[in-house]
Design a protein around this ligand. Sequence first.
Ligand SMILES: N[C@@H](CCC(=O)N[C@@H](CS)C(=O)NCC(=O)O)C(=O)O
Length: 221
Amino acid sequence: MAAPVKVYGPPLSTAVSRVLACLLEKDVSFQLVPVNMAKGEHKKPEYLKIQPFGQVPAFEDESITLFESRAISKYICNKYPNQGNKGLFGMNPLEKASIDQWLEAEGQSFNPPSSVLVFQLAFAPRMKLKQDENQIKQNEAKLAKVLDVYEKRLGESRFLAGDEFTLADLSHLPNTQYLVNGTDRGEIFTSRENVGRWWGEISSRESWKKVVEMQNSLPPS
Ligand SMILES: N[C@@H](CCC(=O)N[C@@H](CS)C(=O)NCC(=O)O)C(=O)O
């Protein structure tokens, strides 16, 4: 039997949790390798050999290493097409293109404002850092515009890339989880009928519930 793949980094990291959700959807066994970010382990030369930008996650599958959570997730889907959720990254070129399109929308349009808000609203208070009200205001406005597009799309189809849950939806889970459940700004999602319905559905996936359990079972840092 092949050795389990390795994911380096803490499940509380949004990018790490994206990869974990994908592995769980695809029923791929994995080993989580701790990286102590408080001690700067992600900036050490040994770690930079597998993640040259000094970020988490890094990923190892036998002799290959990868970084970038979305690229890692696609690799997992492509390597295990017949395992777990078979349609997670589509079954034909058209499905794959539609999933890629919404994955790009997530990476290019949704992630920039939502990750700033996750940092400002969820992480800064925990880290006892001063919040930047201007950044919060500007990024809330940017995210609202993106979610208006999603609201329309999700009025036409059950999930972003069509009628099935895919990597495109999965990729939105980490930031949305923090914003809906870890801040008082969840309304930006839940006040939009279709986006709220979609969030309810995607966040109830068994895979995601397991990731949240992993996050909640960590000792407080
Ligand atoms: N685009 C990268 C982003 C990775 C990323 O930003 N990781 C954060 C944690 S969620 C990190 O390592 N931050 C520490 C740093 O940048 O020094 C991916 O999706 O893998």
